[in-house]
Design a protein around this ligand. Structure first.
Ligand code: ADP
Length: 502
């Protein structure tokens, strides 16, 4: 299979040859038509001049004819007149009224007798005053013009002049030089230029291919293609490929970190589980101690099951395989239910939980997922609030959305950490969180954010270290409700307006 470079060069040269041939043919046709006109005019001029000469001679009462030629028995013209007519270079015949030749020009006299007869036969009755092209041996073609003198002189019938068309049909020297030397030279140069220019292009494509091929695996994703000598279009291509590699690098690094974090999170409970099982199986061991070991093993198994469940949720969310089964969900009963759970959790943790009265709103969503999202935020708030602290839930109705907010007076998050809290496996104090009571995996907020986004909403956080945090879920209202909310209800929020951003 020929290369693109060869194909493009061939296409370019073919187009050039076609254009040159078309141009040559057009020029040739136009030029021939003009030359035929010139030759016809030239023959007509010769015929007119000869006619004038003969008419003048007849009118000045000279005798045009000097009696029959002894050898041919035909009438001939006077020597003076013959000498005058011999000055015409082309084929000329002067005939008497009966069509018998009185004079033949020198060009005719040079032909063989048979050729003369055939020529005279052919031209004797061509129409007067119009040019005709006749095939004649040995000159190929004659452009013939005839003049009738029978009304103007007594002795002469017609004058016929023929000019060979070879003057027209012969390829002029300059034309042949252009056609056979200069045109091929220009086409050759253009082909070379196209080949060289396309060579540069294929060189650039080759370099890009080579650079891309060098990116063989995740470890070489830090490489970028060089912009040097890339040319305008290729600069754009290189830029696009570089952007794509950058995106791939980010995803790849994220995936690698995710896999490493997940393995790490599974490694510890597995080690604990193994140690517990070994302890429970070791002989001799008091039954009470065995029970403790088995309880711990059960706890670790539940923890691992939670982790695997969360990982599965995120993996499905990434794949877009998680269906959100939307139905109208009244938020007030849902939050009320969560508030009751929060009361029990808060009691255990010594944290006061509040849910002041608010207006109701209905959103289109998945009740199970929304419950998971709200409960995540509430359990986090209780988890990260020391005993004696407060957690407040609130529902706020706005013209085209509804907000669910959870505010706590807990440990808060450092300003530098706030942008990371939605990252997978991110925890403010990773080392301690496993050992402590709180002990999460750092996946809860990532899942919560996905649930909010899957409902067309957002989850935002503001926090101050040591002062507490505020997590806000914003969910869109269905169009109908949004309208009535805008008309009837002024924006309501039960949460204090004090900002927690530093
Ligand atoms: P975890 O299971 O560790 O709680 P999350 O994804 O729910 O995982 O939270 C990620 C991290 O964000 C937590 O480890 C914690 O450091 C911080 N965080 C979340 N909610 C709060 C809060 N209400 N107050 C303080 N820190 C919080």
């Amino acid at each position: 299979m020929a290369s693109t470079r060869t194909n493009l060069t061939l296409a370019f040269v073919s187009a050039l040859v076609a254009i040159t041939v078309a141009l040559g043919l057009t020029l040739w046709t136009v030029r021939n038509a003009a030359l035929y006109r010139d030759v016809a005019r030239y023959a007509a001029t010769q015929a007119d001049v000869a006619s004038t000469l003969l008419i003048d001679a007849g009118q000045s009462s000279q005798s045009l004819i000097v009696g029959p030629d002894t050898s041919t028995e035909a009438n001939v013209m006077t020597p003076r007149l013959r000498a005058l007519l011999d000055a015409f270079p082309d084929y000329m015949v002067v005939m008497d009224r009966h069509g018998t030749p009185l004079y033949q020009s020198a060009a005719i006299r040079r032909l063989a007798p048979a050729e003369i007869d055939s020529l005279i036969l052919k031209i004797s009755d061509i129409p007067v005053d119009s040019a005709a092209v006749l095939p004649v041996t040995p000159v190929d073609e004659l452009l013939v013009v005839a003049r009738d003198l029978s009304t103007k002189t007594a002795a002469i019938g017609r004058v016929v002049v023929g000019v060979p068309t070879s003057r027209v049909t012969t390829l002029p020297r300059q034309y042949s030089i252009v056609l056979f030397f200069i045109a091929p030279l220009i086409i050759g140069l253009a082909a070379w230029w196209a080949w060289a220019a396309l060579g540069l292009t294929s060189q650039r494509i080759g370099k890009i291919t080579h650079d891309v091929a060098a990116i063989t695996d995740g470890r070489s994703l830090h490489r970028r293609l060089s912009m040097e000598n890339a040319g305008l279009e290729f600069e754009q291509l290189v830029e696009t490929i570089n952007d794509m590699i950058a995106r791939l690098e980010t995803s790849f690094l994220g995936l690698r970190r995710f896999t490493a974090d997940a393995s790490h999170e599974l490694k510890t409970p597995l080690a604990v589980l193994r140690a517990d099982v070994e302890r429970a199986m070791s002989e001799p061991i008091p039954p009470a101690e065995r029970l403790v070991a088995l309880e711990e093993a059960l706890h670790e198994t539940t923890r691992m099951a939670d982790l695997v469940e969360s990982l599965l949720t995120l993996a499905r969310a990434d794949e877009g395989r998680f269906d959100i089964h939307r139905e109208p969900v009244a938020l007030k009963p849902l939050v009320q239910d969560i508030y009751e759970t929060a009361l029990i959790l808060g009691e255990g943790a010594g944290v006061a939980v509040n849910f002041p009265f608010t207006a109701d709103a209905t959103v289109m969503g998945d009740p199970t997922r929304l419950r998971q999202l709200f409960l995540n935020l509430v359990t986090n708030a209780i988890k990260y609030t020391p005993p004696g602290g407060k957690v407040e839930l609130g529902l706020g109705l706005h013209p085209d959305n509804v907000t669910f907010a959870v505010r706590d007076t807990g440990i808060g998050i450092a300003a530098a950490d706030v942008p990371h809290i939605f990252e997978r496996f991110w925890r403010a104090d990773r080392a301690r969180s496993r050992l402590s009571e709180r002990g999460g995996f750092g996946l809860g907020l990532a899942i919560s954010q996905w649930i909010a986004q899957a409902h067309g909403g957002t989850l935002t956080a503001s926090s101050r270290l040591g002062r507490g945090s505020l997590f806000t879920v914003t969910l869109p209202l269905p169009a109908q409700q949004a309208q009535s909310a805008a008309q009837e209800t002024p924006p309501v929020s039960s949460m204090p307006q004090e900002s927690l951003t530093e």
